[in-house]
Design a protein around this ligand. Structure first.
Ligand SMILES: [Zn+2]
Length: 154
């Protein structure tokens, strides 16, 4: 029984036949769809047979042994704890710096002007905002990899 087959169905069938030839399992629906397609499409049936034959031949072939010894370089990994400690130190430094800048600018401004806001007030508020942001990041340490315990150890 032959009937028209949509070309995209052939693309899907070739991919599914390759997947099956690689030893991967198809779902029951995919298996039924592939079986139906292979029953109707001679080109895909030949492709599936060839893919299966090649896969069996490759699996049955002996493994090649290299003639010369192969040495792979060792990977140098940075321990995760070091990265977390460095991140915590960076955050602690930023918090300390913003706190110090906020205090210096805030106290010098208070000495010079008795009324109204100034650039130093704004800078102090900005530093406080940065500090609040960093503290919020620290409180969400589980997501950012930053932990309070590491910060106090530094
Ligand atoms: Zn086909």
């Amino acid at each position: 029984m032959l009937f028209a087959v949509h070309p995209s169905e052939c693309d899907w069938a070739e991919e599914a036949a390759s997947t099956r030839a690689d030893g991967e399992l198809l779902t029951e629906l995919e298996h039924a769809r592939l079986t139906a397609h292979l029953g109707a499409c001679a080109d895909c049936r030949m492709f599936a047979a060839a893919a299966g034959a090649i896969a069996r031949e490759l699996r049955g072939a002996p493994l090649e042994q290299p003639d010369v010894p192969v040495f792979l370089p060792r990977r140098h990994r940075t321990p995760a704890l070091r990265v977390q400690a460095a991140a915590a130190a960076l955050v602690a430094t930023a918090v300390g710096a913003s706190f110090a800048v906020g205090h210096v600018l805030g106290s010098s401004n208070r000495a010079r002007t008795a009324t109204g806001s100034s650039a130093a007030d704004i800078a102090g508020l900005r530093a406080d905002s940065v500090e609040q942001h960093l503290l919020a990041m620290l409180s969400h340490g589980g997501n950012s990899g930053i932990r309070f315990g590491t910060t106090t150890a530094l």
